[in-house]
Design a protein around this ligand. Structure first.
Ligand SMILES: NC(=O)c1ccc[n+]([C@@H]2O[C@H](COP(=O)([O-])OP(=O)(O)OC[C@H]3O[C@@H](n4cnc5c(N)ncnc54)[C@H](OP(=O)(O)O)[C@@H]3O)[C@@H](O)[C@H]2O)c1
Length: 301
């Protein structure tokens, strides 16, 4: 007699910390999914130390920018478990830098991890989902995917790219019974701000009080404070994502923290120019931005 196994097969990227880690743990505790918990090689031992492999848990190395690893893993999962029901593209990096201080290498790493990588994983799972006439792609975006902020232009751009592609994908996959969801967290109460990367010039500017240092001085503590005081924990967001994974008709775009919902609402109802001016006034330190530039030049800019 064969026992029917109706556990959803869920592949999550970037599980070594933060939201990915909490989501893996939340789904594991629910004990009704088959999980592929992944991270890059440098964190795989940490992950293996925490999550035990079993008949319904695989812990695997996956760099979203490594096509060999992507296709190797998808083949393995298809052979062992017959396919993937839900892909959660969670892996991400966040650069802090004004646009002027970003360099091409940093820009590329940002875009590769947050946009090109997820696209590669999506392309690898899509044919299988299409064949089976079902599947769900959950892309973890950010409120930055709707609302860019100073010193986060590159990160925002990568999330805007992810959002645009996801919207196109929604149309392209709908006839095949495949769902697409964009999850937009705002600030999450976690230590993940410690993983924020400064571009070389941003780091130098911070150290020697160079150009734009006042932007970093005001934005970095703001982000850390907002993350520290946020009411949304990674576990809370993970539970919301679990509900999305379980929905028969999941939404296309969903804010999962209060600030993300409020920001997007304001962005939607206010004229663009008013929204930007309001944000400029509200961001702490904006009165001293460009303080070392003659005021006539700053005004002209
Ligand atoms: N935290 C927030 O407040 C917040 C807000 C809005 C949106 N988000 C989004 O939520 C997601 C998770 O963020 P988080 O704050 O939990 O970040 P995090 O704690 O920094 O974790 C990021 C994860 O991504 C992995 N990763 C990085 N580059 C990778 C690559 N090339 N291939 C595979 N994995 C890679 C990291 O693995 P390694 O150990 O290998 O580095 C780590 O497991 C991201 O997409 C982020 O943009 C976060």
């Amino acid at each position: 007699m064969t026992i029917k196994d109706d556990r959803k097969v869920v592949l999550i990227t970037g599980c070594s910390s933060g939201l990915g880690f909490s989501l893996a743990e939340t789904l594991l505790q629910a004990d009704r999914y088959k999980l592929i918990i992944t991270t890059r090689g440098r964190s795989i031992e940490k992950l293996r130390g925490h999550f035990q492999e079993s008949t319904h848990v695989m812990v695997r190395e996956l760099d979203v920018n490594d096509p060999t690893q992507i296709y190797g893993l998808i083949n393995e999962v298809c052979c062992d478990w017959g396919g993937i029901d839900t892909l959660v593209n969670n892996a991400g990096v966040c650069y802090r830098s004004v646009i002027e201080h970003m360099d091409p290498d940093a820009e590329l790493e940002q875009l590769r991890t947050n946009y090109l990588g997820p696209m590669s994983v999506i392309r690898a799972v899509l044919p299988l989902m299409r064949e089976r006439g079902r599947g769900h792609i959950v892309n973890i975006s950010s409120v930055s995917g709707s609302v860019p902020m100073p010193t986060m232009g590159s990160y925002s751009s990568s999330k805007h790219a992810l959002e645009a592609a996801s919207e196109a994908l929604w149309y392209e996959t709908r006839p095949y019974g495949i769902q697409v969801t964009l999850v937009q967290p705002g600030f999450i109460r976690s230590d993940s701000y410690k993983n924020v990367v400064l571009s070389k010039k941003a780091m130098l500017s911070t150290e020697v009080n160079g150009s734009h240092a006042e932007f970093y001085r005001s934005m970095a503590p703001l982000v850390e404070r907002l993350m520290g005081f946020s009411l949304s924990s990674p576990v809370g967001i993970a539970r919301k994502i679990q509900r999305i994974v379980d929905m028969p008709r999941p939404p296309f775009r969903i804010g999962v923290t209060a600030d993300a919902i409020v920001f997007r609402f304001l962005r939607g109802i206010l004229p663009n120019s008013l929204f930007r001016r309001l944000m400029y006034l509200l961001l702490p330190g904006s009165t001293i931005w460009g303080e070392r530039v003659p005021s006539s030049v700053a005004r002209a800019g």
